[in-house]
Ligand binder design. Sequence first.
Ligand SMILES: [Cu+2]
Length: 147
Amino acid sequence: MKKLRCLLAVAGLAIAFSASAAGNASLEVQHGWVRWLPGGLPAAGYLTIVNRGNEPVALVKASSPDYADVMLHRTTSSGGTTRMEPVDRMTVPAHGQAALSPGDYHLMLMQAKRPVAPGDNVAVTLQFSDGALLHTQLKVRPANQVN
Ligand SMILES: [Cu+2]
């Protein structure tokens, strides 16, 4: 992971979050969970966003009171190597849904501020391109439980 880009993303998050606290009744989060890793390693957050509205909307930021940083990442594979990189947004189509899921988009939860363990819930706030904020809870699962 590129540290400079992480820092820039965090700075952007702080600015964006001071701008709006509106909701969007067309959006819903389902199946939220965290794949927990031992030893203070970053954890991955997965969820499905349902958009019942008439306009596409994009997930642009996320934060959690339980982690110092939350980044939006995407895992890609090419030539037998798998890597992940920060992305700016994930679009959720009108009358559709989009998922953060293993091997694809995910939230990268960095530097837990409290001991987080399987069985816990992690609070996450998602911010969308229309300014809407959505608060959700992700269930923490052990690394060997994939679904
Ligand atoms: Cu990642």
